[in-house]
Design a protein around this ligand. Structure first.
Ligand code: BES
Ligand code: MN
Ligand code: ZN
Length: 481
């Protein structure tokens, strides 16, 4: 929890003070209360603290713990490093057990304060539901940031909450976060809102309307497949809706083309696209965005059973195109194809962005720090890259071009659900498959297979588990376009 206060009060268990190297070199301690200046000057005078990035020095001043943290030379400070540095300090031994921490920054500019908010809320997030409480670590610290409260800061807090909501959905067991659970989560976000309309297609409706690709993926599962659509009207005079469509595969076993050990353990995260859509919905509702948006979650479980769909099967999609299934593990594009076609036909959005943990090939191409972006639209490309730069929720563009159509042609159906042999260009052939269901609606595709979760220690300022990739990006995109 974060509170803003205009000046430092030294009334909390611990104080975290960030210093730039210039401040230390110039012995400029004006940011801290008088009572602390002498002790800090002594340490700095003895060259025990230089303010280099990541450097820390603990002091005890009048029974209060004070942790000095260096953030480096001002010209070298970038907001990513700053978030990492502040996060590390908050999690470091001297502050671990503190319930309440006051935080004085080296600079009170809006960008720095917003980065500090992210360091606190995103940086200290940890999925610990199934662990015994750790007496040596206080989670959910109360942090009191010394800065004038501004509406923009409250917004930054909200956006972090939306991001962490997505992370909770990703991190919880797949048999808890089912289509029913996601439906409940969405209902609770929009309850009492008058400017939203909810449409839900369950198995019965999916069947009646012919979303056969979506149904095929779910055939081996005992859980209900669902297409959930929230139409949010924040600007009634405006007719243009932006559609956000998320892959919501609550678990991906690979189907009959089963995934090997080592590849399946993280597949509860295969609904991260839907989690990003739900996190963005949370932000949109909470911030009362004056935009028109259609939030779509295509939810299925790619399980194995006697009813499971099979390699070689051909299905006719909602859009009418027939699809040959050559690999049951290429299921995300099937669910999305029907979700995209249904949204385009029935809601006629002026632009559509899908987001999905779609391909291992995207992870090979870009690694874990950049989401893959494929788009045919120059405006969407520019706008999404701009939001990526502003939010640190990073994207990098991959190509789409007319000739790539050949990669998904089938010998027995209109198209097939795999691309070139040996998985060559797997991220862009998967994107091309999706493009063919957009009916030329301006479209962008975000492949978050590499960015949606951290499998291991920590990446940037994200702990092991879901990152909420796409939430900050899409929220910023909606706010600004
Ligand atoms: N959900 C996976 C993609 C994925 C892989 C996400 C690794 C996160 C980490 C997707 O459904 C999948 O299995 N894709 C296949 C496609 C292939 C069979 C054409 C892949 O990437 O191997
Ligand atoms: Mn798969
Ligand atoms: Zn998948």
């Amino acid at each position: 929890m974060i509170t803003f206060r205009p000046s430092a009060k030294l009334d909390k268990q611990a104080l975290l003070v960030a210093f730039s190297q210039e401040q230390v070199r110039g012995k400029n301690f004006s940011s801290v209360p008088q009572a602390l200046r002498k002790s800090i000057a002594d340490i700095v005078g003895g060259k025990q603290f230089l303010g280099e990035n990541g450097e820390t020095f603990p002091l005890l001043v009048q029974k209060q713990l004070v942790l000095l943290v260096g953030v480096g030379e001002t010209r070298n400070i970038n907001l990513t490093t700053l978030r990492c540095t502040l996060r590390r300090a908050l999690l470091s031994a001297p502050l671990k057990k503190a319930k309440e921490v006051e935080l004085i920054l080296h600079d009170q500019s809006s960008a720095v304060v917003a980065a500090a908010i992210e360091a606190v809320i995103l940086g200290t997030y940890r999925w610990s539901k199934y662990q015994a409480p750790n007496p040596n670590f206080i989670e959910n610290k109360k942090v009191f940031i010394v800065a004038q409260a501004k509406p923009a800061y409250q917004q930054a807090v909200t956006i972090c909450e939306g991001t962490n909501l997505a992370r909770d959905l990703i991190n919880e067991n797949a048999d808890v976060v089912t289509s029913d659970y996601l439906e409940k989560t969405i209902r609770s976000i929009i309850k009492d809102k008058k400017n939203v309309k909810l449409e839900i297609l369950n198995r019965k409706e999916l069947k009646a309307k012919g979303l056969n690709l979506h149904l095929a993926v779910n055939q081996g599962s005992n859980k209900e497949p669902k297409l959930i659509i929230v139409q949010y009207t924040g600007l009634p005079v405006h007719k243009n809706y932006t559609a956000l469509v998320g892959k919501g595969v609550t678990f991906d076993t690979g189907g009959l083309n089963i995934k090997p050990t080592g590849s399946m353990e993280t597949m509860r995260t295969d609904m991260s696209g839907s989690a990003a859509v739900i996190g963005t919905l949370y932000n949109t509702v909470k911030l009362n965005l004056r935009k028109n948006v259609i939030f779509v979650c295509g939810i299925a479980e790619n399980a194995i059973g006697s009813a499971a769909y099979k390699p070689g099967d051909v299905f006719v999609s909602y859009a009418g195109k027939s699809v040959e299934i050559l690999n049951t593990d290429a299921e995300g594009r099937l669910v999305l194809a029907d979700a995209i076609a249904y949204t385009v036909k029935n809601y006629k959005p002026s632009r559509l962005i899908d987001i999905a943990t779609l391909t291992g090939a995207c992870v090979v191409a870009l690694g874990h720090d950049y989401t893959g972006l494929v788009t045919t639209d120059v405006d969407l490309s520019r706008q999404l890259v701009h939001s990526s730069n502003e939010t640190d929720d990073r994207v990098w563009r991959l190509p789409n071009y007319p000739e790539i159509k050949e990669a998904v042609k089938s010998r027995v159906a209109d198209i097939k659900n795999v691309g070139w042999p040996k998985g060559a260009g797997g991220a862009i052939t998967a994107a091309e498959f999706l493009r063919q269901f957009t009916d030329d609606t301006p479209w962008a595709h975000l492949d978050i297979a590499g960015t949606a979760f951290v499998d291991g220690q920590c990446r940037f300022y994200f702990a092991h588990g879901g990152t909420g990739a796409g939430v900050r990006l899409l929220t910023h995109f909606l706010q600004n376009n």
